[in-house]
Design a protein around this ligand. Structure first.
Ligand SMILES: C[S@@+](CC[C@H](N)C(=O)[O-])C[C@H]1O[C@@H](n2cnc3c(N)ncnc32)[C@H](O)[C@@H]1O
Length: 147
């Protein structure tokens, strides 16, 4: 970090991101709300389509703010609600590609034992392991993932 570096926390809506300039971001790592996941977000979205609309608005905004060749990594996974399984990973991937990103990689995040044991959240119980999908703006360099 150079002398001029300043951290900045912005409380805003990921569907707009008006605070951020075009092509100004070099890396995005984000965990969007899981669609109506039990414990964490029950009833947050009125429908699955509304959830996908948030993802689309976010993808469109990210495509504007991310710089050429840079990466967005999303922690997402399919969600089971009242016996119905929602194909979140496939749908989020499709939306990101429709909004101009290239689908680059999917990695599986195997959470540590302690986290799974103490986690009452759906993130700990239902979404283990968890997918992390990596998208890039046009061509990006190869991605190396250490084990
Ligand atoms: C799965 S959590 C991830 C939280 C945190 N990043 C982490 O990794 O622990 C999703 C977060 O998105 C926030 N959120 C929901 N709707 C949002 C929106 N429209 N814009 C920005 N954040 C939102 C929720 O409040 C929640 O904190």
């Amino acid at each position: 970090m150079g002398d001029g570096w300043k951290d900045k926390i912005i409380f805003g809506d990921c569907q707009k991101m008006t605070e951020l300039e075009d092509n100004s971001i070099h890396l995005v790592v984000t965990s969007p709300p899981y669609f109506n996941a039990p414990f964490d977000y029950p009833g947050l979205f009125e429908s699955y389509d509304r959830f996908l609309m948030l993802i689309r608005n976010m993808a469109r905004g990210l495509h504007r703010v991310i710089d050429e060749g840079r990466i967005a990594a999303l922690v997402v996974d399919d969600t089971l609600i009242n016996g119905e399984k929602y194909p979140v990973v496939a749908d989020v991937t499709k939306v990101f590609m429709e909004e101009g990103f290239k689908y680059r990689e999917k990695i599986i995040w195997v959470k540590p034992e302690g986290y799974i044991r103490i986690g009452r959240r759906s993130g700990g119980l239902l979404q283990h392991p968890n997918s992390i999908c990596i998208f890039c703006y046009s061509d990006c360099p190869p991605i190396y993932i250490s084990s």
